[in-house]
Design a protein around this ligand. Structure first.
Ligand SMILES: [Zn+2]
Length: 237
């Protein structure tokens, strides 16, 4: 059975261990990296989809069409308004009007092609949209869960933190500062129990008989391998 002081230190150690565990779990909370990456890929796929390309091209062609129509109308007005009389000038204008007409019919042809190509392309894009929505929903659910986990961890952390000062105060200052120094140098864990009356529960090292005996005699002993203060549980359990 450990000494009263060692037992009190063990209580403190358990709180410290719990606080450490909570910090680790909080740090390991996943904001949904995988889903974020999948959403990004799908969004890119949608941006680069045939449907988007065709729609953009169509818009562009319609603008070109409008420009050509306006230009042709202007030229025809000038031509038939009787102001232009120079035959060479008339010829040049007529040529431009013809060229604009050819351009317009080419654009019309391409627009018709786009109309045909659009429905299957849109179907393809719709599939991406469905996959995207599904993942966005999953991400929202995941994030909600993470927020819940996070606040639970924060509540637990607060609760343990509040217990700590009282427990630390109960330990003698010499033992406490020794414990704190070990904790600071050994990953936040300053204590370990002797398991099966022969090895260190912290690092698994087989302990010398002398150390076990000292622990039994209520002496403060440490593990030679991991330097933690050892406790041998007995009647307290
Ligand atoms: Zn050890």
């Amino acid at each position: 059975m450990p000494s009263d002081e060692l037992w009190k230190l063990w209580k403190l150690h358990q709180v410290d261990q719990a606080l450490l565990e909570i910090r680790k779990r909080a740090a390991a909370l996943d904001p949904g990296k995988q889903l974020h990456a999948e959403i990004k890929t799908l969004e890119k796929g949608l941006d680069e989809s045939e449907a988007r390309k065709l729609a953009a091209e169509q818009k562009d062609l319609e603008l070109q069409q409008k420009g050509a129509e306006e230009r042709a109308a202007k030229l025809e007005k000038e031509l038939y308004g009787g102001k232009v009389v120079n035959p060479r000038e008339v010829e040049t204008m007529q040529k431009e009007i013809d060229s604009l007409k050819r351009q317009r019919s080419q654009i019309e042809e391409r627009i018709l092609e786009i109309w045909e190509a659009l429905p299957p392309a849109k179907e393809q894009a719709a599939k991406i949209e469905v996959a995207l929505e599904k993942r966005k929903k999953l991400l929202a659910e995941h994030q909600k869960q993470v927020m819940q986990d996070k606040s639970q961890l924060e509540r637990d952390y607060k609760e343990y933190s509040e217990k700590r000062p009282q427990l630390a105060k109960a330990v003698g200052p010499a033992l406490l500062s020794r414990y704190e120094a070990i904790r600071a140098n050994h990953g936040g864990i300053g204590m370990a129990e002797i398991v099966k009356e022969r090895s260190c529960g912290g690092c698994g090292t087989l302990l010398p008989e002398r150390v076990i005996q000292q622990a039994k005699d209520n002496k403060v002993v440490t593990c030679e391998a991991c330097h933690r203060i050892l406790i041998l549980h007995g009647a307290h359990e």
